[in-house]
Design a protein around this ligand. Structure first.
Ligand code: PGA
Length: 278
């Protein structure tokens, strides 16, 4: 194949450093346990919505309770600009597992970091389903985030059939163990998102979610008790203004990954207020 850069017929050698994102001076986000509300807009929203949401969130955001906006990727630059010098953090909804490459339509963790982004969601069930992402790929994405100084928000969750057939813990362990095989797992945030609760209006009860979170934390503790103690475990799946407080009251629920309810900024503010009061 003709190389367009050099005119040679050989594949290009290693990519020049000047083509790579500059992450100098940016430190990895420290992992500590605090309440965290993550707003996953999926493929919804608009530039105008970002411009409305960020100043409103900035007016209430504190360092003690995190608020992380995950807009569609084309809006990340504008959100980065709007969020500057505020307590509002932002996240990508996906990231590549590689540092760079001829990967049309992808972006790297280092590029996100360069923008001031501190998080990336990886392994959302919609990406597992529609983009055939599997545990090993998701684990590689999580590690790529850590390597570039980002905190991966790693989503795991059982299907309805798995729950009905008593396979919840086995399904979760399968997904979690892939993450635990990475070097950087201690720097992740884990989001427990039962697939049957996502976008259905049928959230897990606080007790059901707590039971799973306690199970996940015990599995983490078996690997590293100190890390398990400080690792944020979020719940996601039909979190609304009226169930957020009860979920946040549970001892092992450190916050929420909120989808559809986060598209109403007033609702998102209510959920954030519930996290602040928890
Ligand atoms: P939902 O989505 O709040 O609309 O159920 C949650 C998610 O997909 O992260």
């Amino acid at each position: 194949m003709m190389d367009l850069f050099t005119g040679s017929r050989h594949a290009p050698a290693a990519v020049q450093p000047r083509w790579q994102a500059d992450t100098k001076g940016i430190n990895p986000a420290p992992v500590h346990r605090r309440k965290l509300v993550v707003a996953n807009w999926k493929m919804y929203g608009s530039l105008a919505m970002c411009q409305e949401a960020v100043p409103l969130l900035a007016s209430v955001a504190t360092a003690e309770v995190g608020i992380v906006l995950c807009p569609p990727a084309p809006y990340l630059g504008e959100v980065a600009r709007l969020a500057q010098s505020t307590q509002v953090q932002f996240s990508a909804q996906n990231v590549a597992e590689t540092v760079d490459g001829a990967r049309t339509g992808e972006w790297s963790a280092a590029m996100l970091n360069e923008l001031g982004c501190r998080y990336a969601i990886v392994g959302h069930s919609e990406r597992r389903q529609h983009h055939h992402e599997h545990d090993a790929l998701i684990a590689a994405k999580a590690q790529a985030c850590v390597d570039a100084g980002l905190t991966p928000i790693v989503c795991i969750g059982e299907s309805w059939v798995e729950r009905q057939t008593g396979q919840t813990e086995a399904a979760l362990l399968h997904q979690l163990n892939a993450l635990l095989a990475t070097e950087g797992w201690r720097k992740a945030v884990i989001a427990y998102e039962p697939v049957w609760a996502i976008g259905t209006g049928q959230a897990a009860t606080p007790e059901m979610a707590q039971e799973v979170h306690a199970f996940l934390r015990s599995r983490l503790a078996a690997m590293d008790a100190a890390a398990a103690d400080v690792m944020p475990l979020l719940y996601g799946g039909s979190v609304k203004a009226d169930n957020a407080a009860a979920l946040f009251a549970m001892p092992d629920i450190d916050g929420a990954l909120v989808g559809s309810a986060s598209l109403q900024i007033s609702t998102l503010l209510q959920i954030y207020a519930a996290a602040c009061e928890a």
